[in-house]
Design a protein around this ligand. Structure first.
Ligand SMILES: *[C@@H]1O[C@H](CO)[C@@H](O)[C@H](O)[C@H]1NC(C)=O
Ligand SMILES: *[C@@H]1O[C@H](CO)[C@@H](O)[C@H](O)[C@H]1NC(C)=O
Ligand SMILES: *[C@@H]1O[C@H](CO)[C@@H](O)[C@H](O)[C@H]1NC(C)=O
Ligand SMILES: *[C@@H]1O[C@H](CO)[C@@H](O)[C@H](O)[C@H]1NC(C)=O
Ligand SMILES: *[C@@H]1O[C@H](CO)[C@@H](O)[C@H](O)[C@H]1NC(C)=O
Ligand SMILES: *[C@@H]1O[C@H](CO)[C@@H](O)[C@H](O)[C@H]1NC(C)=O
Ligand SMILES: *[C@@H]1O[C@H](CO)[C@@H](O)[C@H](O)[C@H]1NC(C)=O
Length: 514
């Protein structure tokens, strides 16, 4: 006891001199990357081998120069490389067989070396507010017989959650380990903390889950981890992993949204890595007031309809500091039809979507990186995508009004850097696709749009669109400012330069460069 104050002072002194970083132990079910190694300040980090790309996750103290050295494990020399976001920029060099750079601020990076697969480097700021693993308001799942080997479907996490709910304001603590779980209900006024090195895993066996909906062109599906309806103050955080086991789940003809804040208010999400979704990965549905930060979604690009985050019929939702890699759209906002297919379990009648902000995001998708739609069954108003980057996409920014007859208004795309475009989702291959489709389920207007400070390093093989459908579906009042095409230093002044050749059923489109 007597030494404790001295130790505390010593710890304080040490921490004030030395910054630190954490590489979370690689969970047992994952292999290390067969392609890349990463040294952070001289220490090897735990890489993870994955489909299509590999990744590594590290938390670091910001404000100090921290050195990163990436090497190809085959020992090959590095003949070409790129680091996204290109706009940062990161000044890197090759030294021997290593790619070397230093950072003082944590970023999500996509590194491409030679013609290897991509290496996704997920750097987060050091964790704050880490809960203790036990205590009077802490419910450690190991005290509720949770199986941390992943061998059996464990009920221990739900048991700890239900116990925690008896004492509002409590936290369920999941220590490092592998937990295979069925549907998980997050309770009113509780937090779920998933520690770095912990993995919650979807079994992939449909009979372990409650079927909540059916999607005609796909399968039966469930909400894997959801909030209670009519709940408030729920938080999900930590540096652990939520693994949807999606590729296998689809093979078993089933699917799941992985994280579903639904019918809840004041929801907080911070830091948990989500991977391998079998359907839309993270879906705030009919939520009021939510903040999602340090959100990392690593879906496979060989699983269809595995959107990153879809904000649906919600109000005042902010997604900040995020990366979403998927086959389908990385970031989107939707309003949907009442009581059909995937909306059958929605708790309330259809709601408008308002005041949604996506900022500081990094997208990589075969479809749209930043999008409104396809559902505009109810009003979508005041949605902003800003300060974000597309590593690669079929379409950079877009509104695809395909289902429903309502208006999408006050939509802003601001300060977006589109690095690469390839593919042609819905037949569009362009930096900007804002248009209305008649799929026999209504058409509607788009009004008060702001397209501001966009860099399209590639324009795409196809044309850009800013087009309505008919007199009841007009695109109106659009301000385009400072759109830079390729590496141009001056903004485009004409539709031609933007390859914007489709502007039918529109009025009041102005180019106003600053
Ligand atoms: C990395 O090393 C540098 C130089 O020794 C030091 O200043 C910095 O704090 C270290 N960063 C971290 C996150 O450990
Ligand atoms: C949620 O609250 C509403 C309004 O109070 C109520 O009608 C509804 O039944 C509640 N839903 C659930 C699932 O408890
Ligand atoms: C959650 O707690 C609030 C009080 O803060 C209460 O009004 C609400 O009914 C509770 N919801 C549920 C699902 O228990
Ligand atoms: C929102 O929820 C968090 C817990 O997740 C809590 O700390 C905060 O006080 C809540 N805010 C309000 C306004 O209730
Ligand atoms: C639009 O939404 C943002 C949050 O994303 C909010 O700060 C702003 O006040 C809203 N604007 C209006 C006019 O309501
Ligand atoms: C768009 O925002 C303006 C200013 O906040 C507001 O007056 C207008 O009602 C919004 N448009 C729609 C269709 O809600
Ligand atoms: C626009 O097209 C929709 C869908 O085909 C149709 O229902 C509507 O009547 C049309 N409006 C006008 C003004 O032609």
């Amino acid at each position: 006891m007597i030494f404790q104050p001295f130790l505390a002072i010593l710890a304080l002194l040490i921490s004030s001199i030395h910054a630190s970083f954490v590489s979370y132990p690689r969970p047992s079910i994952y292999d290390k990357s067969a392609h890349f190694s990463l040294k952070v300040n001289g220490t090897y980090a735990y890489t993870v081998s994955y489909a299509g790309y590999d990744y590594v996750q590290v938390s670091m103290d910001e404000g100090y120069d921290t050195e990163f050295r990436i090497a190809l494990t085959a020992g090959d020399s590095i003949t070409s490389y790129s680091i996204s976001p290109a706009k940062l920029p990161i000044s890197a060099k090759t030294e021997g067989n290593e790619l070397v750079f230093s950072l003082t601020k944590a970023h999500y990076l996509i590194v491409k070396i030679n013609d290897e697969k991509e290496f996704v480097v997920l750097l987060d700021p050091s964790e704050v507010d880490v809960p203790a693993s036990s205590g009077s308001t802490i419910y450690n799942v190991l005290d509720y017989d949770a199986d941390n080997t992943g061998k059996s479907l464990t009920k221990g996490i739900q048991a700890a959650m239900d116990a925690a709910a008896e004492k509002p304001g409590s936290t369920v603590y999941v220590p490092a380990g592998l937990y295979t779980i069925g549907n998980l209900m997050l309770r009113n006024h509780t937090s779920l903390y998933i520690a770095g090195g912990a993995v919650l895993r979807f079994s992939g066996n449909p009979s372990d889950y409650t079927t909540l909906y059916n999607k005609a062109d796909l399968y039966d599906g469930t909400w894997w981890i959801q909030t209670e309806i009519n709940s408030t103050n729920i938080k999900l955080y930590g540096r652990g992993t939520i693994d949807g086991n999606g590729y296998n789940t689809r093979k078993a003809k089933f699917m799941a949204d992985l994280v579903v804040p639904v019918g809840t208010t004041n929801f907080t999400y911070d830091g948990v890595l989500v991977r391998d979704s079998s359907f839309w990965a993270v879906t705030p549905i009919q939520v009021t007031d939510a903040l999602l930060t340090n959100l990392k979604i690593l879906d496979r690009q060989d699983v269809t309809q595995d959107d990153g985050i879809d904000v649906i019929e919600s109000t005042r939702v902010t997604v900040r500091r995020s990366i979403a890699i998927a086959n389908d759209d990385s970031y989107s906002a939707k309003t949907w039809q009442y009581n059909v297919h995937t909306t059958v379990p929605y708790p309330y009648a259809p709601r408008e979507l308002r005041d949604v902000l996506f900022e500081d995001c990094l997208a990589w998708t075969l479809c749209f990186s930043y999008k409104i739609g396809e559902g505009v069954w109810d009003v979508q108003d005041n949605v902003t995508f800003r300060d974000s980057v597309t590593y690669k996409a079929g379409v950079g920014i877009g509104i695809h009004h395909k289902f429903g007859s309502e208006i999408a208004s006050n939509i802003t795309f601001e300060n977006i850097d589109i690095e690469r475009l390839s593919g042609s989702p819905a037949g569009k291959a362009t930096w900007m696709a804002i248009y209305v489709d008649d799929a026999g389920q209504g058409v509607g207007p788009l009004k008060d749009l702001t397209i501001k400070n966009i860099r399209a390093r590639q324009q795409g093989k196809g044309d850009a669109y800013l087009a309505g459908y008919n007199e009841s579906s007009i695109v109106s009042d659009v301000t385009i400012s400072d759109v830079y095409i390729h590496d141009s230093k001056v903004p485009a002044t004409t539709f031609e330069e933007m390859k914007l050749f489709h502007v039918s059923h529109s009025e009041g489109i102005e180019i106003v460069n600053s």
